[in-house]
Structure formats: structure tokens, C-alpha cells
Design a protein around this ligand. Structure first.
Ligand SMILES: [Zn+2]
Length: 177
């Protein structure tokens, strides 16, 4: 059995408070950055908008094989949006892409519609009928859409070409994280 040297012991006695506070600081800063850049909300009127938008686009969504949620049968199921927002924020904070954003984004959690959609310049809608990790990946996908739209990289591209470009960037984000 090896006996720890004095200096090693000294290290142990000295390090924990420093490491502890440093860790707290990192967690705090991460949380702070993300809460500045991404605001997660839920709003009844946004749900209503998504519901009717989806109804309007239903045919197109069906033809293109998209998932969407339009059922109001299970809407009485209680959802704790505050808890869900915190879980999604924690998931998002795992990605450097999110931590390095230099624009603010508003994310509306909704019971309705496709997995994700967006409105320029900075609004994302994310369907909550899945687990927080998957919701956070959808949010990243939609933010990439908004960034590309802003940089006018999407001029004259078809819907399919846009999706291909977004998915390419999305894979880079996940792999390089
Ligand atoms: Zn997309």
C-alpha cells in the first residue's frame, strides 16, 4: 500500500474548496449563458397558433410523411412546463454550439404541430411529445435553420435542399461537440 506523500496530502487539503467553487462557478456561468441566449416558454396562444397552422398544413405534412400532433384527447394530461424547461436547458447546455450562440432565441414548447418549426428571426417551436434529449436536438436543428435563413444561405433552395443542408450542419454540431 502506498502512503501519500506530504505534498500530495497538502494538495488534497488545499484543492477541494478551490475545485468545489470553480465547479459551482462553471455550472453557474453555463446556466447563466444559456438562460441569456435561450428563453424557453409555453403559451396557450402559441399552442393555438401551432394547432391551426398544423391543420392548415396537414395535407402537405401527410404527403411528405411528417410527424405532427393534433389530438386534443390527451391534452388534459398535466405537463409541468417549468420542470420540462429545466430538463431541456440541461440537455442544451451539453452542446458547445448552444453555449457559443451569440444571438438570443425564444423556444416555445408546444403540444401541437410537427416535431419542430420556426419563425424568423429567432423563434423556435418544439413539440413536447418526446423526451427532453430529443426535444433539445430538435431545438438545435431549428436554430440552424434560423441561422442559415439569416445568412441568406437558403436563397433559391428547395425545401428538401434546405433540410439536407441543415442536417449536414447538425451532424457537424453533434460530432464536433
Ligand atoms: Zn428542418
Amino acid at each position: 500500500m502506498s502512503v501519500p506523500s506530504l505534498s500530495y496530502r497538502g494538495g488534497i487539503q488545499k484543492d477541494p474548496p478551490y475545485t468545489f467553487f470553480k465547479k459551482i462557478n462553471i455550472v453557474y456561468l453555463r446556466y447563466k449563458i444559456i438562460s441569456n441566449m435561450i428563453t424557453i416558454k409555453h403559451n396557450f396562444f402559441v399552442d393555438l397558433k401551432l394547432f391551426f397552422d398544423t391543420l392548415f398544413k396537414k395535407r402537405w405534412l401527410d404527403e411528405n410523411g411528417y410527424y405532427y400532433h393534433l389530438s386534443i384527447i390527451d391534452e388534459y394530461r398535466k405537463i409541468n412546463f417549468l420542470n420540462l424547461s429545466e430538463e431541456i436547458k440541461k440537455e442544451l447546455a451539453k452542446y458547445n454550439f448552444i453555449n457559443k450562440l451569440n444571438e438570443d432565441y425564444i423556444v416555445y414548447l408546444t403540444k401541437y404541430g410537427a416535431l419542430g418549426s420556426f419563425d424568423e428571426p429567432n423563434t423556435v417551436y418544439a413539440n413536447i411529445q418526446r423526451e427532453p434529449k430529443k426535444i433539445s436536438l430538435t431545438i438545435i436543428h431549428e436554430i440552424i435553420h434560423l441561422m442559415f435563413e439569416k445568412e441568406l444561405l437558403f436563397q433559391n433552395l428547395s425545401h428538401e435542399e434546405k433540410e439536407t443542408a441543415v442536417e449536414k450542419k447538425f451532424k457537424e454540431v453533434i460530432i464536433n461537440n
